[in-house]
Design a protein around this ligand. Structure first.
Ligand SMILES: NC(=O)c1ccc[n+]([C@@H]2O[C@H](COP(=O)([O-])OP(=O)(O)OC[C@H]3O[C@@H](n4cnc5c(N)ncnc54)[C@H](OP(=O)(O)O)[C@@H]3O)[C@@H](O)[C@H]2O)c1
Length: 193
């Protein structure tokens, strides 16, 4: 199955490339949460909304009162689709997919979706970074080392270039930057050695 939908990835990553520990995120930086929310909700066309693709484990990390993530179509990836669908039956703005390409196909069928954001966790970021439709990678670069058990995959710098780095942000004595890596045009056409 081949979708026409391009998508972006968004993650907060520590100095040791960590993204999570014990099923949660090992830091609390309100500015980072606000940036995530604003970036994944905002649309150019006010009549449209965005979609997020999330792994089942990360979904379960979100406190129930904040699920589904508001004002976004939430597409959850799981290999146990039927069981998971039963647990979310009747809740609006939720779709369940058994593969990454199926998630893109579902989003493609939805009217009025402007952008698609892959929001983690580690297993889903890996699928996204290997996918040809990955267009931009937004990394909040957290300038501190944390104990982590889940990590962000390496970005293939033959396919992406660092295009934007914001000025320094700081909260709770933690420095962080919002970096954007953009797909190099025609990078997927390059012959592999
Ligand atoms: N720092 C950040 O920006 C950030 C963002 C998001 C999450 N996180 C953290 O990341 C950690 C969770 O990451 P994780 O890697 O353990 O789990 P995850 O990527 O969130 O979810 C993994 C689950 O996704 C499903 N899945 C994986 N590959 C699939 C495929 N090809 N087709 C269908 N379903 C598939 C499986 O669900 P089933 O087992 O149900 O089949 C699998 O168990 C948590 O600590 C979370 O807090 C951090």
């Amino acid at each position: 199955m081949c979708s026409n939908i391009n998508f972006n990835v968004i993650a907060a990553v520590s100095d040791n490339r960590g993204i999570g520990d014990c099923g949660g995120v090992p830091w609390r930086i309100n500015g980072e949460v606000a940036f995530f929310k604003m970036t994944t909700i905002q649309t150019r066309d006010p009549k449209k909304k965005n979609a997020v693709i999330i792994g089942r484990v990360s979904w379960e990390c979100i406190p129930p009162k904040y699920r589904p993530l508001e004002r976004r179509l939430n597409v959850i990836l799981t290999r146990n689709v039927d069981q998971f669908k039963q647990s979310v039956a009747g809740i609006p703005d939720i779709e369940v997919a058994e593969s990454f390409d199926k998630a893109l196909a579902i989003i493609e069928q939805h009217p009025n979706i402007e952008s698609t954001w892959v929001i983690g966790g580690g297993e889903i970021y890996k699928l996204a970074l290997e996918h040809p439709n990955c267009n931009q990678i937004y990394i909040t670069d957290i300038k501190k080392t944390f104990q982590c058990d889940t990590f962000f995959p390496d970005i293939d710098m033959s396919k992406f270039k660092l295009a934007v780095v914001t000025t320094k942000n700081e909260q709770n004595s933690i420095e962080f930057y919002h970096n954007i890596f953009k797909k190099i045009p025609n990078a997927d056409d390059a012959p592999e050695n």
